[in-house]
Design a binder for this molecule. Sequence first.
Ligand SMILES: NC(=O)c1ccc[n+]([C@@H]2O[C@H](COP(=O)([O-])OP(=O)(O)OC[C@H]3O[C@@H](n4cnc5c(N)ncnc54)[C@H](OP(=O)(O)O)[C@@H]3O)[C@@H](O)[C@H]2O)c1
Length: 275
Amino acid sequence: MSNLNLTSTLKSNQSISVPQLGLGVWKSRPKECFEAVKSALSLGYRHIDTAAIYGNEADVGAAIQESGIPRSEIFLVTKLWNADQGYDSALRAIDVSLKKLGTDYVDMYLIHFPVSGKRNESWKALEKIKAEGKSKAIGVSNFMVSHLEELLKETGTIPAMNQVEYHPFLQDKELKEYCTEKGILLEAYSPLAHGQKLEDPRITQIAKRYKKSNAQILIRWSLQAGHVVIPKSKNPDRIRENADVFDFNLSEADMKEISSWNENFRTCWDPTTVD
Ligand SMILES: NC(=O)c1ccc[n+]([C@@H]2O[C@H](COP(=O)([O-])OP(=O)(O)OC[C@H]3O[C@@H](n4cnc5c(N)ncnc54)[C@H](OP(=O)(O)O)[C@@H]3O)[C@@H](O)[C@H]2O)c1
């Protein structure tokens, strides 16, 4: 019925294929994170999104090792934290992350936030990190159009991916169009609006028709909209539920309806105002 499945990938402009659905682990405490990653991998997830600042890279690494799944089959993402931005400090930070993750490389290394005065130097370090094979691809997070325009003007490599908050209640269509035009994958973080919009009656109404949960409707919308999507859960039942989104298609009319719900509702930091 659905043309997507849990191993579906999207091709990035850096010739790397990114599994479209992944598990986010922000706010998963160390032991929870270990169990969540183990559950996800056993269910067939092959994409894990962590960050140095989450404080759980070691647990992600341990869960990957314990899963017995070859490292090459798992798409692992981590991020350069703000305090480590700058050329030399970024080069040091990736080594610290790799050590904690217990691996020689990540599949995607992202600049976590566009820190002004430092982001372009950080990007040059990421180019070196990619050239050295410590990350197969490099990208950014929380970059708005102005940050991307500046990056493209001042440096050489187009980011493979831009991880930004994106869900029906927060859709920056100009940013999405810009990313599409440049071949930058748009990765939707907080696809469940951090859990804050799950009770919206409009979602409940649609979910009832498809006999799916509200979370599944939001995840499916994001997949059909062409985003890479990384819902977070520490709960094995919800991790399963969030991946059980490949046996139905949202109709064109429902996609259109959900896409009309933007209200600029942001749950996380705002890159247009925070520096
Ligand atoms: N780059 C950045 O700056 C940035 C910022 C924010 C997030 N992220 C990434 O994106 C990932 C996801 O975003 P997020 O964690 O902010 O929010 P989210 O995935 O939109 O929502 C997570 C919340 O929803 C709950 N939940 C998950 N599945 C559910 C289900 N099926 N039914 C009901 N509730 C459910 C979770 O609780 P339980 O855990 O208790 O299930 C949690 O409270 C993060 O983990 C992180 O990897 C990146």
